[in-house]
Write a protein that binds this ligand. Structure first.
Ligand code: AP5
Length: 221
């Protein structure tokens, strides 16, 4: 399957993407994680991305699209992928459509995770991520690691993302509403959007998502 995950910062995209990718046997491609890996390796791309990310703004389309395209062209993504955080504005969505067209493939669904803003703020405030692999995500209350400050998966140190500071989160939410939300209408026009609530226990949301994707697939047959 080829799926795009969309939702505000803190909606649980990364949390669900890891679980859904495993169930659907496709790679989880997160542009945020790719940028964070570049930042920790201190690449030129990482240095460029950091200045935009720390301010809560989008990294320029040109570098983001090239990076996403390169990742989608890796052999493990030949039979499907779960995109998390890409596309993030209409021009990225158009670039993705163009890329899929040249490959002769299409998206199966755009999974839209809905969550109220006050919940988003609580989730982001308590989020801790692993320094070794930023797809290992915890929450100090909702999903606490067994040992404080240590990743359950790989033993890496847990830290708070630089862009999870309150003033940056406000900018990220604004950027989401003005630049990312319009892609939902863009994909609604293609009949691809499946909206689910991202409230409740993590495992229940995964089940909800899988059910919704199954229904969407059956309806589009
Ligand atoms: P990115 O890393 O994509 O961040 P985001 O979209 O803002 O999303 P988040 O990672 O904040 O949240 P999430 O929805 O994944 O939630 P999570 O699962 O962690 O992007 C960061 C930056 O990179 C951007 O601001 C931009 O600068 C740049 N960038 C990335 N892609 C780009 C692009 N395409 N173009 C341009 N720039 C780009 O969950 C949040 C917390 O809640 C966690 O602590 C988790 O444990 C907890 N939680 C999850 N589910 C539940 C639940 N059901 N109940 C209780 N707690 C829960």
């Amino acid at each position: 399957m080829r799926i795009v995950l969309v939702g505000p910062p803190g909606a649980g995209k990364g949390t669900q993407a890891v679980r859904l990718a495993e169930k659907l046997a496709v790679p989880h491609i997160s542009t945020g994680d790719l940028f964070r890996a570049n930042i920790s390796q201190q690449t030129e791309l990482g240095k460029l991305a950091k200045s935009y990310m720390d301010a809560g703004n989008l990294v320029p389309d040109e570098v983001t699209i090239a990076m996403a395209k390169d990742r989608m062209e890796q052999p493990d993504a030949a039979n499907g992928f779960l995109l998390d955080g890409f596309p993030r504005n209409v021009s990225q969505a158009e670039a993705l459509d163009e890329l899929l067209r040249t490959e002769g493939i299409t998206l199966d669904a755009v999974l839209d995770l809905e969550v109220p803003e006050d919940e988003v703020v609580k989730r982001i405030a308590g989020r801790r991520i692993c320094r070794k692999d930023s797809s290992h995500v915890f929450h100090v209350t909702y999903n606490a690691p067994k040992q404080e400050g240590v990743c359950d998966v790989c033993g890496g140190e847990l830290y708070q993302r630089d862009d999870d500071r309150e003033e940056t989160v406000r900018t990220r939410l604004e950027v989401y509403h003005t630049q990312t939300e319009p892609i939902i209408d863009y994909y609604k026009a293609q009949g691809l959007v499946v909206t689910i609530s991202s409230l409740g226990p993590v495992a229940e949301i995964t089940e909800r998502a899988l059910e919704a994707l199954k229904r969407e697939k059956a309806e589009n047959k």
